[in-house]
Design a protein around this ligand. Structure first.
Ligand SMILES: [Zn+2]
Length: 211
């Protein structure tokens, strides 16, 4: 989804408190069955996505059972790791500069072509990260990119985003975006869209099946 579409979506939905139907931090499930827990989780994160179809594996009849069962058994550990990444990002800023954010791992539909999203329409702001699309050593970089959106207060890849991301990179020991990119604002957004660069995995859904 491009920036314009996200912003359009934001405008269309502004004023509606649809996000509040999901309880704040935890997605609650009452089942002990891993498959049911996984499916409940996926429906929970669908409600936190910019649009539910961003998390479309619930319709994948071939792999749904494997994915939901894996999620039911492992998602808490994965989300705990993302929490650690999120905390590292928060620690780069003063307390009063830290936006209220929640983070969840989610398999994102290939068609949207994104590794993560920052949804400003929920409170707190929601980061959804597809941990299957990059290697685990790059999860922090992925979280930093989405956190920079939350800190800059916008889904765009403009100079405020560049400032937030550079600050985060320096704090996290990641190479910041080259300063000369700022000289060419027209191409800067396209470059920042994929920064920090994280090599993609071959089959993102393999991770979600335990592969
Ligand atoms: Zn971005």
């Amino acid at each position: 989804m491009n920036d314009e579409a996200v912003e359009l979506l934001g405008r269309k939905r502004s004023g509606k408190s649809w996000a509040n139907t999901l309880t704040d931090r935890l997605i609650i499930t009452t089942s002990a069955n891993p498959f049911t827990r996984g499916l409940d989780y996926l429906y929970g994160v669908r409600g936190l996505a910019l649009e539910p179809e961003m998390v479309n594996v619930v319709h994948d009849l071939d792999r749904r059972v494997a994915i939901c069962t894996w999620i039911g058994e492992h998602i808490d550990a994965v989300n705990l790791q993302l929490e650690t990444c999120l905390q590292a990002c928060c620690d780069c800023f003063h307390l009063w500069e830290q936006p209220a954010i929640q983070i969840f791992a989610a398999p994102l539909a290939q068609g949207f072509g994104v590794d993560g999203i920052c949804n400003f329409q929920t409170h707190p702001i929601t980061l959804l990260v597809d941990v299957g699309r990059v290697q685990p050593q790059d999860w922090l970089a992925l979280v930093a990119h989405e956190y920079a959106h939350a800190h800059a207060g916008s889904p765009g890849h403009h100079s405020q985003f560049a400032r937030s991301l550079s600050h985060l990179c320096l704090g996290l020991g990641i190479a910041p975006p080259p300063e000369e990119w700022g000289m060419q604002p027209s191409s800067m957004a396209n470059r920042l869209r994929f920064y920090p660069y994280c090599p993609p995995t071959e089959d993102p859904l393999a991770f979600w099946c335990g592969g």
